[in-house]
Design a protein around this ligand. Structure first.
Ligand code: SF4
Length: 68
């Protein structure tokens, strides 16, 4: 499971990084990015919470990565 952030809708609030900094970080341009990391089960729960908590729905699951 991987995630990606839609930079067009991210407002850079930082909530995702606060909830799950293993996966999300705020980049130099002020918007969130999803790190390219292996996500274990406990991290996955936090990452999903971050995705669900994003106020603009900018975080989506990266389905392309699912079968790799
Ligand atoms: S919670 Fe959503 S809007 Fe806020 S920084 Fe993360 S991706 Fe961007």
């Amino acid at each position: 499971m991987k995630f990606k952030v839609n930079s067009d809708t991210c407002i850079g609030c930082g909530a995702c990084a606060a909830i799950c900094d293993e996966v999300f970080e705020i980049s130099d341009d002020g918007y969130a990015v999803a790190k390219d990391v292996i996500i274990d089960d406990s991290t996955k729960e936090d990452a999903i919470s971050a995705m669900e908590g994003c106020p603009t729905g900018a975080i989506i699951e990266d389905k392309k990565e699912e079968n790799q």
